[in-house]
Design a protein around this ligand. Structure first.
Ligand SMILES: [Zn+2]
Length: 110
């Protein structure tokens, strides 16, 4: 690898989101809140596609073309394992956007 992988930070207080929290949000909730300041975030549409790509595509390619097993059960289990492994990377790739609308006026008051 060698590249620097950074999980998104909170726009408001600059606290990095925890990997496990983003991971869960990617799978189940599609929303996040900052541990420190409580600002709410929602996954962006392109990020949904990234998640789907990383989870479904490797599984699909494997299931259709690469499985060396004739056993359907083993193939399904491996597909699920591949989906989980693929999804481990999604917290580094997705972007969440702040759902609280901050107007320029409100910002000026802080
Ligand atoms: Zn925050």
């Amino acid at each position: 690898m060698g590249g620097i992988i950074i999980i998104q930070k909170c726009d408001t207080c600059n606290t990095p989101f925890k990997w496990a929290k983003v991971f869960k949000a990617n799978w189940f909730y599609s929303t996040l809140d900052c541990d420190r300041c409580g600002t709410e975030y929602k996954i962006t549409i392109p990020s949904r596609f990234i998640c789907a790509t990383f989870i479904i595509l490797p599984m699909w390619i494997y299931g259709l073309f690469l499985s060396p097993f004739n056993n359907v059960f083993i193939t399904i289990v491996l597909c699920i394992a591949i989906a989980i492994i693929g999804s481990l990377f999604t917290p580094f790739l997705v972007k969440y956007k702040n759902v609280v609308q901050v107007t320029p006026y409100a910002k000026g008051c802080l």
